[in-house]
Design a protein around this ligand. Structure first.
Ligand code: ADP
Length: 397
């Protein structure tokens, strides 16, 4: 009897020990499984964060403005270029597209996307500090099963392209207009010579003189156009050297002496001995254009002066002043535009191409300087320009 009791107790104890042992093992397994789950969760979170960061880098490296919409046309993602393009401070996330950009063309675009998977080349004007012309291309995103998941919009700023197209066609119109007059004059006089004037030596001489004048005008126009195109394209290579400004202006004054004398104009070079960093030939062209204008448009028997002052150790400011009739205030903002003239017929009579001041502006800018004008009708005109000085110790060539 005692044996059976002892045996039963032993068996129960054994079973209890086995139970404890297996529970502990199970608990240990459970713990390590939980740890494993936590580890996987943490690694997923890292991968997700990395993917998000990568997506952001890719999004922000795209130069076009990018917007991703969900199925209810609310913003899910956007990139830096989008914010820069539309200059918006608000956070567009979760907002409806039309709340972010109040543009009726985009409402039309969303309507079209209900029936089409792609709408390309939709253009709209976006009002802002400066109105922009923007092109948007839109594509519907679908899951592999074909379900609609959202829309990707790509925005591109077309303002500069459109501006160039406009100025390109304006330039062609202006050039054609400028060429038409001398070409038709030459044609007319040649026809007159061929039909009758060839038999009259005096008339022939006069007509040939007129043809020569118009042919010279054509040559000047072409020369100025080529210079202007070269400077504007940025292809003009300047050979920058320390240059004595005073001697550049002296050379120009010598060349224009005859023209000045014929109008009784006195020209004075009041420049201190400044040395600038410049391309001597181009600077010569700047002063030729400015001084030639001062003679042409200043008053007969007038005075023209070139002077300058140091702005700081790196820059000087030059002044070309005349005491002529001046430029009307409404003409001042356009005075440096190609082909702009206050008095068209006067400019043409004086042999002007209408490109002189735009060439001056392009050359001065290519030198890293600025040019502007001040004028009061009846009180003369002053053109100002800034030029850079070479670093200390360099001698003029
Ligand atoms: P243009 O070949 O007609 O001289 P520019 O570009 O050199 O062309 O000058 C543009 C216009 O600016 C001129 O037609 C003239 O009306 C005006 N202008 C330029 N310089 C002066 C000046 N010193 N005084 C008055 N008007 C000037």
């Amino acid at each position: 009897m005692t044996f059976w009791v002892a045996f039963t107790v032993l068996v129960a104890l054994g079973a209890l020990a086995a139970h404890f042992y297996s529970t502990r093992k199970l608990n240990a397994r459970l713990l390590s499984a939980r740890e494993e789950i936590d580890r996987i969760k943490a690694s997923h979170a890292t991968t997700l964060a990395e993917l998000r960061a990568q997506q952001e880098v890719i999004f922000n490296s795209i130069h076009e403005g990018l917007l991703v919409l969900d199925t209810s046309n609310r913003v899910r993602a956007f990139n830096r270029a989008f914010r820069e393009l539309f200059g918006t401070d608000m956070d567009p996330i979760s907002k409806s597209l039309l709340d972010v950009l109040r543009v009726h063309e985009l409402a039309d675009l969303l309507r079209r996307l209900e029936g089409e998977d792609r709408v390309l080349g939709c253009e709209f004007r976006y009002p802002g500090p400066t109105e922009q012309i923007v092109e948007v291309n839109a594509t519907v995103v679908r899951s592999p099963a074909g379900n609609r998941q959202g829309v990707v919009l790509v925005f591109r700023d077309l303002s500069r392209v459109r501006q160039l197209e406009k100025s390109g066609s304006e330039l062609i119109a202006n050039v054609s207009h400028e060429l038409r007059t001398p070409v038709s004059m030459i044609k007319g006089y040649v026809e007159a010579i061929l039909s009758s004037a060839k038999d009259d030596p005096a008339t022939l001489q006069r007509f040939l003189g007129t043809i020569e004048r118009h042919a010279n005008r054509l040559a000047m126009l072409i020369e100025d156009l080529l210079t202007s195109a070269e400077l504007e394209s940025g292809r003009a290579v300047l050979s920058l050297n320390p240059v004595s400004l005073r001697s550049v202006v002296d050379d120009v004054l010598k060349e224009l002496e005859h023209r000045a004398r014929s109008r009784g104009v006195t020209m004075t070079n009041d420049l201190p001995d400044f040395v600038v960093l410049g391309d001597a030939d181009r600077l010569q062209q700047v002063f030729t254009n400015l001084l030639d204008n001062a003679i042409k448009y200043g008053k007969p028997q007038g005075k023209v002066t070139v002077s300058a002052m140091a702005l700081d150790e790196n820059r000087i400011q030059v002044h070309v002043t005349d005491d002529g009739p001046g430029i009307p205030p409404e003409a001042l903002p356009r005075i440096f535009d190609r082909f702009y003239r206050v008095d068209k017929s006067r400019s043409r009579d004086q042999g002007g191409t209408g490109l002189g001041l735009s060439i001056v502006r392009d050359i001065v800018r290519a030198h890293g300087g600025e040019v502007w004008v001040q004028s009061k009708p009846g009180h003369g005109t002053t053109f100002f320009l800034t030029l850079r000085r070479p670093s200390a110790g360099t001698q003029p060539v």
